[in-house]
Design a protein around this ligand. Structure first.
Ligand SMILES: [Zn+2]
Ligand SMILES: [Zn+2]
Length: 136
């Protein structure tokens, strides 16, 4: 099966996964907003048997939110989100933005849209620029 690689921004942490993801969850819940500092979390799921660390796993810091099935793992050097194991250990949750190549995803779902902040709604209507906008 085709493989895909990913890493943190500084490159200390890297990993490899089979490139066949069942689902991409774009989650706008309050916890994902805070933990990413952004509009939503973009998480892919893959069976643990299809995932391997290539480097830097010992440099990962993890946070488990007390009483909730929410956690976050990040590179201790650059702070980038990196994959973590699901609560039952059967799957790896891979932040989609950590992948270096295009991911093959069977299904995309937006969840917790009820908690999406107004500044992150209707983004398709926001003026778009390929790079920085021209100075005005
Ligand atoms: Zn890093
Ligand atoms: Zn969430």
């Amino acid at each position: 099966m085709q493989k895909i690689k990913g890493s943190c921004l500084c490159g200390a942490v890297s990993f490899e996964s089979v490139n066949a993801f069942d689902k991409l969850f774009l989650c706008s819940c309050e916890q994902c907003r805070q933990i990413t500092g952004s509009a939503f979390a973009s998480n892919l799921f893959v069976g643990i048997e299809g995932f391997a660390w290539l480097s830097g796993a010992e440099g990962i810091v993890s946070y488990q939110m007390p009483g909730r099935d929410i956690s976050k793992s990040f590179c201790r050097v650059c702070g980038s989100g990196v994959p973590w194991a699901s609560g039952d250990g059967s799957q790896m949750i891979v932040p989609a933005g950590s992948l270096s190549e295009p991911a093959i995803v069977a299904e995309r779902l937006r969840i917790f849209t009820s908690e999406q902040p107004s500044w992150a709604s209707n983004l398709e209507h926001v003026p778009s620029h390929e790079k920085f906008p021209e100075p005005s």
